[in-house]
Design a protein around this ligand. Structure first.
Ligand code: ZN
Length: 243
């Protein structure tokens, strides 16, 4: 790597959802410089893209210890890939369960594509660490979220780009309740409030009513998962994640 390398820098795959918002805070707590990358793959809902900017702005405004670390945001257009999925993420279709038992929101290999684009960007930016919210627990229907797949991708990217990237997945072994606990550990109730109010997870793109766990329709799989995790965390007394 050349002289532009920032050894203490990370690039966060950032969708504006709950998981990637917590990942962004996790990276800001660890790295001197943190940049974000998002993907326009033809999502139905611009609300997801607006949530990204709201989260970034509030992190910078309310967490002075992180504001100076938060670098630029990059938005990459990959609509050609999104068109291949043709599932609930990109077309008006019911949230059926596919024959493989996967939610119909699944776009095959989406995380592999995200990581490839992110790694190419990180190479050009001299950033050695990629951070993503992939998670094996709770929602294990996505095969490209498994750490085994991430490890294989890390090896392929490093071989193919002659690099030494690390792909960090801080949520990999956490339940959704534990992700709320991690948010509290990282930024206290102020960060929990930010995640609740500004991050967006709902597949239907509804903001609507503010529930205890955040905005959303309350009935799509993403809302159900987010609400269930919140309820478990609240029932446990809203702890910080055990060290
Ligand atoms: Zn929803």
């Amino acid at each position: 790597m050349g002289p532009m390398t920032h050894a203490d820098a990370a690039l966060v795959l950032f969708s504006g959802g709950q998981d990637s918002t917590v990942c962004l805070a996790w990276a800001l707590a660890r790295y001197a410089r943190v940049e974000t990358v998002g993907f326009d793959y033809g999502q139905r809902h611009a609300v997801e893209l607006q949530a990204r900017q709201a989260v970034r702005a509030r992190l910078a405004a309310e967490f002075p210890q992180w504001a100076g670390r938060l670098g630029p945001d990059h938005m990459l257009e990959i609509r050609g890939f999104g068109a291949i999925g043709g599932t609930a993420m990109t077309e008006e279709r019911a949230f059926e369960i596919s024959e493989k038992g996967l939610p119909n929101s699944y776009v095959p290999g989406r995380n592999l594509v995200f990581l490839t684009y992110a790694a190419a960007l990180a190479d050009r930016r001299g950033i050695p660490a990629l951070v993503g919210g992939m998670c094996e627990t709770d929602y294990s229907g996505y095969p490209d979220c498994r750490r085994e797949a991430i490890d294989a991708m890390e090896r392929a990217l490093n071989l193919g780009m002659a690099q030494d990237f690390r792909i960090e997945t801080p949520l990999m072994r956490l339940t959704k309740a534990e992700t709320w606990a991690l948010a509290k550990q990282l930024g206290g109730e102020a960060l929990v409030a930010l995640v609740v109010e500004d991050s967006h997870t709902c597949y239907r793109g509804e903001r609507g009513e503010l529930h205890a766990w955040g905005h959303g329709c309350g009935t799509c799989p993403a809302c159900e998962l987010r609400a269930k995790g919140w309820d478990e965390w609240a029932a446990g007394g809203r702890p910080e994640l055990a060290a």
